[in-house]
Design a protein around this ligand. Structure first.
Ligand code: HEM
Length: 491
């Protein structure tokens, strides 16, 4: 139990020893934080599972927190959590400069040179996988029924796995080699699902040996990503090659540690992108206005790029610039992420210091305390976004169909109104990749297929709150849809 000292934010120790407020917070973070904000104001401290967390809820104070970066250590929490979840050795705390360098190199690659080849590869893989499902025959006559979440999962998993980690056949693959490769990736997908199921429990601190099946799944996933195996694959992405190189520069990592660091990349690249793709496609199919706008934009972009979808023909390609020229899809994706994202942005104080907020208030923060934002509070604030629970595809567009960036709170323009990808130093390095991938998936989905829901009055599935704090929330259940090749594409 901590005693609030003068100059510190209002404090709630909670009623349960060690856990503090953890159970109330965990049951529904949004309601918990809204209630505390009303009671205490825009900064307050809660004891959660042994940590003292200062929640900053006023988005105008996010800037001052981010600018106070020199008082925070993001390595410690970040790598300790990763080590706990993925099971690799913790990065040596004496190697902070090296981990910082690794982080910066990785960030730069994913925002720069590595991006373009990934876009090209993903476009190719998405088409091959969408058009050649394992067990069904696609024709323009027969509808194929599937779960939309299951479909998005499979298509995004297979395409991303191949784009990041390449394939294990050389230039001229036989059908048998391709089939074996596919079986391996589908097997990895099942292991990934098993492991991902217990992800929230691992983050909460439960040891993986309690979950035998998930532990075996994690080990199998990692074994496939051992660097000696990766070296034998063709078409590895630049970011995986860079990660192999950076891993080798850490003397304390063994080969399994390195494989688990690659597994962390696989998880980061898919765990949010899969539900984000699902929600974007879900809203698109549900709303005829959204569908019409998306179809028109896709048609226009393909025409401008002189790309035509043809039967058994050549694959469509779109450059980064052409994908950038899709403001409607961009707005749809943003709107889907606004509605489904529930991440917690965390930084740890490395010393005692005084945090100056946007208001002229200052608060004392103690060493090792956590300062956190919960962006869902802003994403669902009716003053910032009217009818905040409603999907409006054009919410992030202005009258000229350009990206809208002016959102207001208490009459003031907000800088931080959309934060599904985190903030500051720990901002997601894959955020551009993610948006391009979803745009590519939708472009291809709409171009190759007729698609409809099995139940025309499909309801929005609830968000699975058990993952609140970890990113994009999954639906609690799947919804059935059906698709068939467009008439002119049948062989
Ligand atoms: C809609 C999709 C995505 C969302 C919402 C998302 C969100 C996030 C967030 C919030 C974080 C920061 C976590 C923290 O504060 O520690 C993060 C980290 C990360 N993301 Fe993403 N992400 C997405 C897609 C991707 C993709 C496609 C990739 C890679 C291809 C990727 C790679 C990473 C990596 C490597 C990190 C850890 C960065 C580090 O080590 O500091 N993400 N992501």
């Amino acid at each position: 139990i901590r005693k609030r000292e003068s100059g510190e934010p209002p404090l709630e120790n909670g009623l349960i020893p060690y856990l503090g407020c953890a159970l109330q917070y965990g049951a529904n973070p949004l309601d918990f934080l809204r209630g505390r904000e009303q009671k205490y104001g825009s900064i307050f401290t809660c004891k959660i599972a042994g940590n003292f967390v200062h929640f900053v809820t006023d988005p105008f104070s996010f800037g001052p927190v981010l600018r106070a970066g020199r008082h925070f250590d993001w390595h410690q929490f970040h790598y300790a959590t990763a080590a706990k979840v993925f099971g690799h050795s913790s990065m040596d705390p004496n190697q902070n400069a090296q981990t910082e360098d690794m982080h910066d190199k990785f960030m730069r690659a994913m925002e720069g040179d590595a991006l373009e080849p990934l876009i090209v590869s993903m476009m190719e893989k998405l088409q091959l996988i969408m058009l050649e499902p394992n067990s069904v025959k696609l024709t323009s006559k027969e509808w194929v029924t599937d779960g939309l979440y299951a479909f998005c999962y499979r298509v995004m998993f297979e395409s991303s796995y191949l784009s990041l980690f390449g394939n294990d056949f050389k230039d001229n693959p036989s059908a048998a080699r391709q089939a074996a490769q596919r079986a391996l990736i589908l097997n990895a997908m099942e292991n990934f699902k098993e492991f991902d199921k217990i992800f929230p429990a691992l983050v909460a601190g439960l040891p993986i040996h309690v979950f035998k099946t998930a532990r075996n799944a994690r080990e199998r996933l990692a074994k496939d990503l051992m660097q000696e195996k990766l070296r034998k694959r063709s078409n590895l992405s630049d970011i995986v090659i860079l990660r192999m190189f950076l891993n080798d520069s850490f003397a304390n990592l063994n080969e399994m540690d390195k494989a688990k660091i690659q597994l962390a990349l696989l998880w980061a690249s898919l765990a949010n992108t899969i539900p984000a793709t699902f929600w974007t496609v879900f809203h698109l199919l549900r709303c005829p206005r959204t569908m019409k706008a998306a179809n028109e934009e896709v048609k226009q972009v393909l025409e401008k790029a002189s790309q035509k979808v043809t039967a058994g023909g050549k694959l469509i390609t779109l450059t980064r610039e052409q994908l950038d020229d899709m403001p409607i899809l961009d707005s749809m994706i943003k709107e889907s992420l606004r509605l489904s994202s529930a991440s917690l942005n965390v930084r740890v104080a490395k010393e005692n210091f005084t945090l100056n907020l946007d208001t002229s208030n200052s608060f004392k923060i103690r060493k090792d305390d956590i300062v956190a934002f919960y962006p869902q509070l802003i994403h669902l604030d009716p003053e910032v976004y009217d009818d905040p629970l409603e999907f409006k595809y054009d919410r992030f567009l202005n009258e000229n169909l350009e990206p809208k960036t002016d959102f207001y709170l208490r009459g003031r323009k907000l800088k931080y109104y959309y934060l599904p990808f985190g903030s500051g130093k720990t901002k997601c390095p894959g955020r551009h990749v993610a948006v391009y991938e979803i745009k590519q998936m939708i472009t291809l989905f709409l171009s190759y297929f007729d698609i409809e829901y099995v139940d025309k009055n499909v309801k929005i599935p609830p968000l699975d709150q058990s993952r609140a704090g970890l990113g994009i929330l999954q639906p609690t259940h799947d919804v059935n849809f059906r698709y068939k090749l467009k008439e002119h594409l049948s062989p």
